[in-house]
Design a protein around this ligand. Structure first.
Ligand code: ITT
Length: 200
């Protein structure tokens, strides 16, 4: 079976391939590079689940294949849950990880230890060309540290310290991050759904 990975974020694609393979999903995962005719999907939803479904449906419709999509972001308590669904473009430019992270650190520079809680959230969606849809969510809780640490992962990983760990998710190996991450949790929950839907 072929399933399209409906994301253009190369770091997400790497993590998703590992997470899905480790969870025992035996399908061929096709990247978006095979479908250059499918343009950017407007992420107009107010929630991660809405946006993940928008992306999965657009790609399933456009390709005629089942599609899985990830919508994710960092929700900071001291910012009332922002940047949330705006995480990829918090600084005004889509995907400028360094500028996004620096802006966020500046915005909470005065927030003391003990009030720097945050969580990463991920909605994992599956859509079929028929319109059938499934979505599950995962999260990982932690705190925002004061200085970036580590070079692994992407996005806000260098400033996110998961609860119960003394290294940021950028200081972890890919396996360590996937074991606890919002994305790992959401997609491990989606795997049985994918298997069931595809064998039905
Ligand atoms: P696609 O829509 O093509 O999948 P995207 O990067 O635009 O790619 P999102 O709209 O879901 O994806 O935005 C996710 C942003 O949230 C991402 O750019 C990071 O800034 C942040 N983020 C999500 N997961 C993360 C993780 O595991 N580590 C660090 N930052 C993460």
């Amino acid at each position: 079976t072929r399933i399209v990975l409906a994301t253009r974020n190369a770091a997400k694609v790497r993590e998703l391939r590992d997470i899905l393979a480790d969870a025992g999903l035996k399908v061929e995962l096709v990247g978006m590079e095979e479908f250059p005719e499918i343009g950017e999907v407007a992420e107009t939803g107010l929630t991660f689940a809405e946006n993940a479904l928008l992306k999965a449906h657009a790609v399933a419709r456009g390709t005629g294949l089942p599609a899985i999509a990830d919508d994710s972001g960092l929700c900071v308590d001291a910012l009332n849950g922002m940047p949330g669904v705006f995480s990829a473009r918090w600084c005004g430019r889509h995907g400028d990880d360094q500028a996004n992270l620096e802006l966020l650190l500046a915005q909470i520079a005065d927030v003391p230890e003990g009030r720097r809680g945050a969580h990463f959230a991920c909605a994992a969606a599956l859509a079929l060309p028929s319109g059938e849809e499934h979505v599950v969510e995962g999260a990982v809780y932690g705190t925002i540290c004061r200085e970036p640490r580590g070079t692994g992962g992407f996005g806000y990983d260098p400033i996110f310290l998961p609860d119960g760990h003394d290294r940021t998710t950028a200081e972890m190996t890919p396996e360590e991050k996937n074991a606890i991450s919002h994305r790992g949790r959401a997609f491990r929950a989606l795997v049985p759904v994918i298997s069931e839907v595809l064998t039905a």
